[in-house]
Design a protein. Structure first.
Length: 132
């Protein structure tokens, strides 16, 4: 179970219940989780299965992939309509979308590198780690 192993890695660093955990600390816990699971599988002669992993503590979101796609798109301003149907736009309406699995790359989408960890913080800043 990936989530149990990840929770244990956070617990071991004393950050299990920290709502303000620094993204790099949470990313390191996820990297440790994958390294541990890869060792378990390879020590038993197995091959890691492809998949995507997205985790969040409600404040930050992290994702990584192995053998499957994770795509990311940033939206900085949406066009909306007011109650009279007039177009309005707000720079305060921002979003980051992470999509995994069989996503077809299209305009504006970025592919997360194989085994890299992407972290999105509450201000929608995006950080990429080096591949694991």
């Amino acid at each position: 179970p990936i989530i149990d192993t990840y929770a244990r890695a956070l617990f071991d660093t004393g950050k299990m219940d920290d709502p303000r955990i620094r993204p790099e600390v949470a990313a390191q816990a996820l990297a440790s989780t994958y390294a541990y699971l890869d060792r378990l599988i390879s020590d038993r002669g197995g091959v890691p299965t492809p998949g995507c992993c997205v985790v969040s503590n409600g404040t930050i979101v992290m994702a990584t992939r192995q053998g499957q796609n994770i795509m990311l798109i940033r939206n900085a301003s949406y066009s909306c309509k007011d109650s009279q149907g007039k177009p309005i736009s707000s720079a305060h309406l921002k979003a980051v979308v992470l999509a995994g699995g069989s996503v077809s790359p299209s305009s504006g989408w970025e592919t997360v590198a194989e085994r890299a960890i992407v972290t999105v913080d509450p201000r929608l800043n995006i950080e990429y780690s080096k591949p694991l």
